[in-house]
Design a protein around this ligand. Sequence first.
Ligand code: HGY
Ligand code: MN
Ligand code: MN
Length: 402
Amino acid sequence: MLNPDRFLADLHHLRTFGASGVGRGVVRPAYSGPDVAARRWLAQRMSDAGLQVAVDAMGNLFGLADGPSLLLGSHSDSQPEGGWLDGALGVVAALEIARACRESGGPSVSVVSFQDEEGRFGVTTGSAVWSGQLTQAEADNLTDHQGLSLGSARQIMRDMITGDVDPGRFTGFIEMHIEQGPALDAAGEQIGVVSDIVGIRDMNITFSGRQNHAGTTPMHLRQDAFQAVSAFNTALNDQFRNVVTPQTVWTIGHVSLHPNASSIVPGRATFSMQWRDADANRLERMEKIIRETALATADARRMQVSFGRLLGLDPVAMDDRLCGALEQAADAVAPKRWRKMPSGALHDATNVSRLLPVAMLFVPSLKGISHAFDEDTMEDDLVAGLRVLDLAVRNPATQDRP
Ligand code: HGY
Ligand code: MN
Ligand code: MN
């Protein structure tokens, strides 16, 4: 029997791994001590539920049902400052449904917690490798902002690895997640059935100028890398004007100045440039503008610019059959309080759609806040999402082989 109390208790237990001490926030980046401890605990819970635990070389953690099964789940790693529900909700809901299905003789359900969804090393790295978007060797060469390679970081999980998990054993994938935006909360609705997931591009850019004394170097002689970042940002916002829509977003979220000291004109600035849109062509046009604007900014200051590896995922649509089952379930659990909506956040479901039919459902995020310690969702909404997922899984339409 579906047990919402057990589901909520597990969800609260998971947030004790890497608890930030601020509200319900967590600090549980991929391959950190708290991330691995959380994965060990989840593996035990999967095993207790009668699922066979499997961990691949990336550290993706599976709880496998016997024979062909539907796969449910998400990720349990967090942003450097993360909320307690982003990813965790989908994993723990999957665990509860797999457990309830086994107890009640329901359909076969397997569970997954993908590794590095939050992109410490890339973009949804664990599911990108599992789905063949990225090879393990390519992933191993990715580095975090401190220069640590994924290949080194993943050694922390080497004793847990059991081997590859064949995607052929799964019939489809459903990911439950918090919305992470304001739409459902503002409308007082309980459930979002995702129509499609936006695409993303992500690239590091470095301006190299001349490190020098901050007191003696006249302003007109400086090649100041921070000034270049600032000028680039202003020019880019202007250049994008005729290309973007109100749904397009772009972010400089990480900046590293060298040597990062008050009395030194910075000689080098490396920053992350990320942009997202539902239209792959627009993403490409934006890339061209980004490169041209960066080159023009560097030229105007007699500086150099270099571009890191372009990472990204294209927009994807959800599977009609699985969406239909979620819509029916949403109608039963939250009549007139659900909608079909696109996802502006990225999810493992994007990668998995290369292999399997996929669908997603959302529950509201209070005030639309996520990727922050104060991310939260009303308990009633968490349970409503669990019930929708459970009904959808038990719908015979979901059980059909693709
Ligand atoms: O960044 C994202 O959209 C996701 O939360 N990793
Ligand atoms: Mn997430
Ligand atoms: Mn996230």
